[in-house]
Design a protein around this ligand. Structure first.
Ligand SMILES: Cc1ncc(COP(=O)(O)O)c(C=O)c1O
Length: 455
């Protein structure tokens, strides 16, 4: 064995380790190392070649407060000097305070949290709590959704081609369509559709055994990786009524949408709906440290005073992670980031719609807050998609990834590696109008690549 303190670390060595020793997520393993990021600040990051680039994706919609905020870095350093972590059976101050803070910022009587390490874990906990609380195993999930990479979270992630290679996780799922108005599964047009998509869910719940067998329904309030699908305003209030009628728990996966991304603290706040269980991760610590959480309403949390809570992990309530969230979450309030997301989100959407007018390959533009998607088509009239549903997992030409490559060459990262035919723009919430213009200008040029495939 070599001296572990002096592993060769020249550029060529690092490139080789990336290619030979690292597993790259969700991809064929690359023959070349991706560009190496050496630093980041605010809305920009710098690669090893010294080039500064614009982060128009907040690193998969996580770095909402921007990179390397000194206030958060300082809080991490301070906590690291006293206690990084300890056994979860003991209390630590950051965990106690964070669970209270989460009860404050989330809607209604969401009150008791389980703190884990990321979004998938948060959803695993949600499903287990749902099962342990209701005694039912069936979960309604929606096509075109992504809930994380662990076995159960992946089983919930219906119609995402990445799900096709997975083992079955610990939930029995029933799948329903999204409120995807651009491509309505029922062939209807909003608002003259009688909200068939949500009424259909009630029919499915009844046919699947209703309150005897169906425990919950899990939804991304605004679908993220599968295409920035924004529901009509009636959708979640109606779904809430259906859940109440059938005693089915509503689980809101706010992993991407939580903490201001859509211009409200949580996307569910737009529709004044209180879910029974809410999960979040990304914007809670913005990637400064990994953390996830599952919060439940009071009556659900109280049940576990008398019922054994059958879940846990070594790093539950990790002190350093909780201290990170504690220093960061108040910044959404003090720096008015939620309002900024709402306001600048409208501007980003307007600028996105201009791209639709200009580019044959942009069929639809939609979004809420600083969370805007461009849906790519070959033909605007027929809406034929630019890439197929399985494009992500197949080798070969992929026009969307050609656009992404062009974006990279021009020095910008948007969310294009997601499985579907949509490029998402989700910059840090600290972005300025000028920086949005800069990003739109780059996107405009990159979309020319897509236009070559469109009619
Ligand atoms: C809606 C949603 N849920 C869950 C997850 C999984 O989160 P993580 O990657 O932190 O496990 C993601 C990740 O993108 C997500 O978008």
């Amino acid at each position: 064995m070599i001296d572990l303190k002096s592993i060769p670390a020249d550029k060529e060595d690092l490139d080789r380790y990336e290619v030979e020793n690292n597993f790259q997520s969700w991809s064929y393993q690359p023959a070349q190392s991706p560009p190496r990021v050496v630093s980041a600040k605010g809305v920009r990051f710098t690669t090893e070649d010294g080039r500064e680039r614009l982060d128009f994706s907040s690193c998969f919609v996580s770095h909402s407060i921007g990179h390397q905020d000194e206030r958060v870095v300082q809080a991490i350093c301070d906590q690291a000097k006293t206690l990084t972590s300890f056994a979860p059976s003991m209390s630590n101050k950051p965990r106690a305070l964070l669970t209270r803070m989460l009860a404050e910022v989330t809607p209604g009587d969401l009150e008791r949290s389980f703190i884990s390490l990321g979004g998938a874990e948060a959803n695993e906990a949600a499903v287990k709590i749902c099962h342990q609380y209701t005694g039912r195993r069936k979960i309604v999930t929606r096509y075109r959704s992504y809930h994380g990479a662990t076995a159960t979270a992946m089983t919930l992630s219906a119609g995402d081609s990445r799900n096709w290679a997975q083992v079955q996780g610990g939930a029995e799922t029933v799948k329903v369509p999204q409120p995807y108005c651009y491509r309505c599964s029922f062939g209807l047009t909003y608002p003259n559709c009688d909200m068939r998509c949500v009424k259909y869910i009630e029919e499915v719940i009844e046919l699947e055994g209703g309150s005897d067998l169906v425990g919950g329904i899990i939804c991304e309030p605004v679908v993220g990786a599968n295409g920035i699908i924004v529901p009509p305003p009636e959708y979640f209030p109606m779904l809430r009524e259906i859940c109440d009628r059938w005693d089915v728990l509503m689980i809101a996966d706010e992993v991407m949408t939580g903490f201001g991304r859509t211009g409200a603290w949580f996307a569910m706040d737009h529709w004044n709906v209180v879910p029974d269980i809410m999960t979040f991760a990304k914007g809670m610590t913005c990637g400064y440290l990994p953390l996830g959480a599952t919060i439940v309403r009071k009556h659900i949390g109280d049940r576990f005073k008398d019922t054994f809570f059958s879940h846990g992990c070594t790093y539950a309530g990790h002190a350093l992670g909780c201290a990170t969230a504690l220093s960061l979450i108040p910044l959404y309030q003090t720096d008015n980031l939620i309002e900024k997301s709402a306001e600048l989100g409208k501007y980003l959407l307007e600028r996105g719609l201009e791209l639709k007018d200009k580019h044959p390959c942009v069929g639809d533009v939609r979004g809420l807050g600083l969370f805007v998607g461009l849906e790519l088509v070959k033909n605007k009239k027929t809406k034929e998609p630019l890439t197929a549903v399985d494009a992500k997992i197949r080798k070969g030409a992929n026009p969307k990834m050609e656009i992404a490559k062009k974006l990279g060459e021009m020095g910008m990262m948007a969310m294009a590696a997601n499985p579907v035919n949509v490029i998402a723009m989700a910059p840090p919430l600290i972005i300025t109008k000028d920086e949005i213009d800069e990003g739109i200008e780059i996107m405009d040029k990159a979309l020319d690549v897509g236009d070559k495939y469109a009619e």
